[in-house]
Design a protein around this ligand. Sequence first.
Ligand code: ZN
Length: 297
Amino acid sequence: MKNEPHVLVVGIDGVRYDSLLAADTPVLDRIAEQGFLVPVRVHEKNATISGPVWATVATGVYADRHGVSGNSHHPAELDTFVDFTAAVRAARPELQTMIAASWHPLAAKTACGPIFSSRGWVPAQDPEEANDADSWVSADDAVAQYAVARLKDEDPAASFVYFGEADVEAHNHGTGAGYPSAIQRCDSRLGALLEAVESRPGRVGEDWTIIVVTDHGHLDTGGHGGETDVERTAWIAAMGTGAPHDVTAVDHADIFPQVLAAFGIAAQGSDGVPFGCRQDPRQKPPAEGLRSTAGSR
Ligand SMILES: [Zn+2]
């Protein structure tokens, strides 16, 4: 009998690629070793802002279709796109899914939300009210605790779990000393999620794909929304059944079709493609080399 597919997508907001590489992140290092970690240029149709990019992660389409251009307004267009957990349930109604996020608009009807049409669990105390480090650390810890319990005690086939403290740290204090610490705490929370997965009683009969993604980078002084490379460079890491080593190019829009592909569901009308179906533009052979590389994709 085929192993039961499971996909866990973890969003970590506003983690600059070079800052991630410099930080001490043993859990993400392990994911990169067993699968891949690649930089992702935020698509030109999306502003380098949380709302538009997380909406692309959730729905597999860019802002010209989902309509989310900032963090404050919920466009009617977004309601025509279900998130990947809803799409999995539509095709396989017997499956459970889980969403937990410290940034309320991802999972609740507020500001540009719900970005995930299924909605989900958010901490009772909204960390955006005080918007300081303590509030966000507490909220992210609460998200991790909630998600660990669900992953251990229930059977969520497709999940999205989100941590926001690193983005807020950079907004409030720039990408200096506090930023790597915030990134490292998010890596530890990611580790707790993976431990919960590994501790599942039925783990040997389950296939898991773990996908970790950030939405945009930051200026040195903190802040994003512009066109600099540090703002436009995000990243995606993944390991497990759907994350072969040789993946070198992925996009935020690919997460939706990749999650569905794990369950054998085709993503109709997505702007993305499953992992491994996208050619890295940096590895295109030069024109004069075309003949010798004929036959390669
Ligand atoms: Zn963000």
